[in-house]
Design a protein around this ligand. Structure first.
Ligand code: ATP
Ligand code: ZN
Ligand code: MG
Ligand code: MG
Length: 464
């Protein structure tokens, strides 16, 4: 990137989350991820360029040195911290303002620090990694937590039956965050049972909220947040997707969407290249992965046993990383208090314990080699908190699936074997949004967990 030539007209609004706003380059396959702050956050406005740069570098280090070894080399792109001219950022901020969904405008883009994260545009991935001829079709899924807590520290029994996502839905509806309930349940997606996965994705399509997006040629065509009140139009979507399908396309819209869902399931279950740290596996009790009573699927389908995920698929790696949260927030919170107390007595230990980084190999080692028995030490407490934070990142990340129709010549060998379920797509998967979750968030998470559970219990009681 040539800094002196930065021109806001070369960039356009691409999307945003709770923490960052993303713009994509109109020609190159690049995005800039800019942090956002609450309107009145004076502290951030006072940050020096060096502090801000350090902060972004921390994000890069965390993706590169912590999340990448856990999730796999080939699916994580850690990007690079960059310094940008303030004038460019101010113009850019003005330019994208009108495109931003209203619901996100409680925060402003950082135009004071001059720092950002530069990443490859993963929604245009197919151009380089898959067939060159095909138009780009890319699906983004934010799968959320795929297991029920198995910790002994869980006090509310309902948490062992209904997953966090399903309980949280009721809370979000009550708070006006969404207008309609999502029927998606992460446990269905992470089940490894193709039928359950199919329904999980169908439910995401029907009510995407912020868990499902579709991009064609790098442009968002489905899953906009500003249409919160509007029912998504699946017929229109199917029409827009038609050109991206292999020739000999299904006749009806319904069949086309069904084929899309099957292609997504196939990509999520596909085998990744080795090149992953080969972590010791975390075994959670089978019940914690079985099923969630909040899922709308027929109990028969749920009970029919699910094979679990094949190793070396992307969902398996994400789930394994999520399961580093072995104590649940209820078990982690007392450890957080222990650390807080220790730091009050010996503040300088904050660095040695790597509470706010650096996120290097030593940090990863603390995560991977944390003892399973509590010896009462502050080191144990910190190790468990590090694990919890890594798991939180894995519960909040997104999977990007680039799909391209198999070319005429590289389709299935002509054979007598009929493979009706095999969709004519090749795929490539990657993971994004791998920021470290702040240590200080733990107190907030503890309160939020209790609020979500209490509200759910109250709601179920009143509905009886
Ligand atoms: P969240 O609220 O989920 O934590 P966030 O504020 O951390 O979100 P991201 O999820 O990193 O932000 O980015 C917001 C959106 O921008 C993503 O959902 C995705 O659609 C898009 N995006 C982010 N990074 C890339 C990338 N490298 N290539 C293409 N699109 C991207
Ligand atoms: Zn659920
Ligand atoms: Mg995100
Ligand atoms: Mg994020």
């Amino acid at each position: 990137m040539e800094l002196e030539k930065m021109d806001e007209n070369d960039w356009r609004y691409h999307g945003e989350g709770n923490r960052s706003l993303v713009v994509s380059h109109v020609q190159n396959s690049q995005v800039l991820r800019l942090l956002k702050y609450p309107m009145d956050d004076a502290e951030h406005a006072r940050q020096t360029t060096d502090q801000a740069f350090r902060h972004i570098q921390n994000i890069v280090d965390y993706s590169k040195n912590v999340m990448k070894p856990l999730l796999g080399e080939e699916c994580v792109h850690h990007g690079e911290a960059v310094k940008l001219p303030l004038d460019f950022l101010r113009q850019l901020s003005l330019k994208v303002q009108q495109e931003r969904p209203e619901s996100r405008c409680d925060k402003v883009m950082d135009t004071f620090s001059g720092c950002a994260l530069c990443l490859p545009n993963l929604t245009q991935l197919s151009a380089c990694r898959l067939s060159k001829r095909s138009p780009q079709l890319c699906i983004e899924i934010k799968p959320k937590c795929g297991f029920l807590p198995f910790s002994q520290h869980v006090t509310q029994e309902v948490k062992r039956r209904v997953c966090r996502f399903c309980m949280h839905q009721h809370f979000k509806l009550a708070n006006g965050k969404w207008k309609r309930m999502s029927r998606y349940c992460p446990l269905d997606l992470f089940s490894g049972n193709k039928q359950r996965m199919y329904f999980a994705i169908k439910h995401l399509l029907e009510e995407p909220q912020n868990n499902f997006k579709i991009f064609t040629s790098g442009e968002l065509i489905y899953g906009c947040e500003d249409d919160r009140a509007k029912q998504q139009d699946l017929c229109e979507l199917a029409q827009r997707l038609r050109p991206h399908f292999p020739s000999g396309q299904p006749p009806s819209n319904k069949a086309l969407l069904s084929e899309l869902i099957q292609a997504i399931v196939g990509a999520l279950l596909g085998t990744l290249e080795p090149g992953h740290a080969g972590e010791p596996q975390r075994r959670a009790p089978a019940e914690s992965r079985a099923y969630c009573q909040g899922s709308p699927l027929h109990p028969e389908l749920l009970r029919n046993g699910s094979p679990g995920l094949p190793k070396h698929c992307i969902l398996y790696r994400i789930l394994q990383t999520q399961m580093l949260d072995s104590l649940d927030i209820e078990g982690v919170y007392p450890l957080y208090r222990r650390v807080e107390q220790h730091l009050e007595e010996i503040p300088k230990d904050r660095g040695r314990l790597q509470i706010d980084g650096p996120y290097n190999e030593k940090f990863l080692e603390k995560v991977v080699n944390c003892p399973s028995e509590d010896d009462g030490s502050v080191e144990y407490a910190v190790g468990k908190i590090h694990q919890y934070r890594v798991a939180m990142t894995a519960k909040d990340c997104s999977v990007l699936i680039a799909l391209a129709p198999c070319g005429q010549d590289d389709t299935l060998e002509p054979s007598l074997e009929i493979q009706p379920s095999k969709p004519g797509f090749t795929s490539s998967v990657s993971i994004l949004d791998l920021d470290p979750k702040p240590y200080e968030n733990i107190a907030h998470q503890y309160k939020l967990d209790s609020k979500i559970v209490s509200y759910y219990l109250w709601k179920m009681q009143t509905e009886k």
